[in-house]
Design a protein around this ligand. Structure first.
Ligand SMILES: NC(=O)CC[C@H](N)C(=O)O
Length: 382
């Protein structure tokens, strides 16, 4: 690292950090967020939901196992910048094909190391997630502050269309039991893989696809993917979902897909103070509670699961309607740290979704059962 350029990180409130640049040389803007997973930096960097974000890892030593193409969650590094305590000088892993620094450089993502990430994260937890800029070319903190204050905010940002596929594509065997249309708002590869493994042939469609075009495929089910940005700004997606729901097509959403389903069904979303990003968030499934109105969505055996998460917005549980455009919407899952909403289901229609990541890449596999529940719903409605 001795020859790495000096880099500067400036937050929109003027807080300034100096560190060492790695990855791309340049200036990168984005929302500064933090992820508490101990491993899985490659899956995090390549998760399209991190588009336009500067991701801080709380684990202090990052890059030691390099980058391995088969582990990517999309075809590129998606973050605009990466903030770490210590970037490993060498990686060691027989599967790796390159270093973290080279991967960031190739994608134009600016990294900054030798940052006091504990101080940064404590500051964000107190003051809230905010815009930031990392620069290896502009050392003047006042200049960077001016620029970051002009950068777009995450609230109101429609980013799904920036990462979505431009073309429709098909994945999985033609003779699969179920034909699913998957909305790509920024879909992660492991979701595609797990749906294929569960017996689904996928037709992956761009974020702006109309309900008519989706229904023309006569799908057994519709999947709503994760993705970046403010759910409230994804107007076309919300409108399309509102047209698909009354057809009774089984629908399953993850993260952004969950938020869009909620909006389509009459609920509201809001921005969390600093979001949930990590691989050990405890969630309770209430679908098996004695008074549950959606007992078919109970998790067999246990009700608490440790989950992988990555979201900055959330569904307002108080806004879930009893008398919405498609009837009642109930909360199926709750976050055990802050009691925010983590899942919902429609009572009268075969549609459900979770805020967290059952595909868990990276993360624990507790929530895989949800893919099975989607299959069950399609089986019952086929
Ligand atoms: N992973 C996701 O799909 C994130 C959803 C949304 N962009 C949020 O930050 O809340």
């Amino acid at each position: 690292m001795a020859t790495a350029p000096t880099a500067t990180l400036v937050l929109e409130d003027g807080t300034t950090f100096r560190g060492l640049g790695f990855g791309a040389v340049g200036t990168a803007f984005g929302e500064v967020v933090f992820n508490t997973a101990l491993t899985g930096y490659q899956e995090i960097l390549t998760d399209p939901s991190y588009h336009r974000q500067l991701v801080t890892m709380t684990y202090p030593h990052i890059g030691n196992y390099g980058l391995t193409p088969e582990d990517a969650e999309s075809n590129r590094v998606q973050v605009s910048g990466f903030i770490v305590r210590e970037a490993a000088r060498m990686h060691s892993n027989h599967r790796a094909k390159g270093s973290l620094g080279d991967g960031l450089a190739e994608a134009g993502a600016v990294g900054i190391a030798e940052i006091d990430t504990r101080m940064l994260v404590r500051h964000i937890r107190e003051a809230g997630a905010m815009r930031g800029v990392i620069s290896t070319e502009i050392p003047d903190a006042d200049e960077l502050l001016r620029r970051v204050q002009d950068a777009p905010t995450m609230e109101g940002a429609e980013l799904a269309s920036e990462v979505s596929t431009r073309e429709v594509y098909e994945v999985g065997p033609d003779d699969a039991r179920f034909r699913v249309v998957a909305y790509d708002f920024g879909i992660k590869t492991n979701i595609v893989r797990l749906l294929n493994d569960a017996g689904c042939h996928l037709t992956v469609v761009p974020a702006g696809t109309s309900a008519q075009d989706v229904l023309a495929h006569e799908p057994d089910g519709v999947f709503l993917s994760n993705g970046p940005g403010d759910p409230a700004a994804v107007k076309a997606g919300i409108a399309a979902i509102a047209e698909i729901l009354p057809t009774g097509t089984p629908t399953f959403g993850i993260c952004l897909g969950h938020q869009l389903l909620a909006k389509a069904a009459g609920a509201e979303t809001y921005k969390l103070k600093f979001g949930h990003r990590g691989a050990n968030h405890a969630v309770r499934n209430d679908a098996g509670a004695p008074d549950s109105r959606v007992p078919h969505l109970a998790r067999e055996g246990e009700s608490v699961e440790i989950t992988s998460q990555n979201h900055g917005f959330a569904v307002d549980a108080e806004s879930l309607p009893e008398d919405g455009p498609f009837g009642a919407v109930v909360q199926t899952h709750v976050n055990l740290s802050d009691w925010t909403n983590e899942g919902l289901a429609l009572v009268d229609l075969p549609a459900f979704s979770v805020q967290y990541h059952p595909e868990a890449a990276p993360g624990p596999h507790d929530a895989r059962y949800l893919f099975g529940q989607f299959i069950d719903l399609m089986e019952r409605h086929q």
